[in-house]
Ligand binder design. Structure first.
Ligand code: HEM
Length: 128
């Protein structure tokens, strides 16, 4: 497995650990204010990062390491910004935290675009 895939899985597992503990805390306290942040941490952090890591593991022989690491940097940064700012925003819908959320959203989308380029390279590459 390429190191970039292992990095995706390491970040994904960390998100899942945090997301699960958060979910357990929500259930125990019966306070679901943070449910959207919990859901996004799990879906963007665990599921999406793990899917990116899987793609790069499956294309280990043909991937562009540069694109893959840019994908990782953008997508991990996206989660690292979006989730904390979303959790600050949620309790009072405090719009002061929207710019932080937007940085997370934009880097997350840029990460997806770079992933799209990687997928396009794999789709169009010459095959024997
Ligand atoms: C130990 C693991 C987990 C626990 C204890 C947990 C707990 C919870 C709780 C208590 C809620 C609120 C439910 C409600 O208000 O009815 C919730 C919602 C949610 N969780 Fe988790 N969760 C866990 C793992 C995950 C994972 C792995 C994912 C995704 C990959 C996930 C995605 C979601 C989503 C999307 C919602 C929102 C559901 C809705 O809108 O009705 N959760 N979770």
């Amino acid at each position: 497995m390429p190191r970039v895939s292992a990095a995706f899985f390491a970040a994904a597992a960390l998100c899942l650990l945090l997301g699960m503990v958060w979910g357990m805390q929500m259930g125990a306290s019966e306070d679901f204010t943070m449910m959207p942040a919990h859901a996004h941490l799990n879906l963007l952090g665990w599921v999406t990062l793990a899917l990116y890591g899987t793609f790069y593991a499956l294309t280990a022989g043909t991937l562009s390491p540069r694109l893959a690491w840019i994908n990782f940097a953008l997508s991990a940064t996206g989660v690292a910004f979006m989730i904390p700012f979303l959790s600050l925003f949620l309790p009072a819908r405090d719009t002061r935290y929207l710019p932080g959320m937007m940085i997370g959203e934009i880097t997350t989308v840029l990460g997806l675009l770079v992933f799209g380029v990687s997928v396009g390279r794999e789709l169009l590459r010459k095959r024997p």
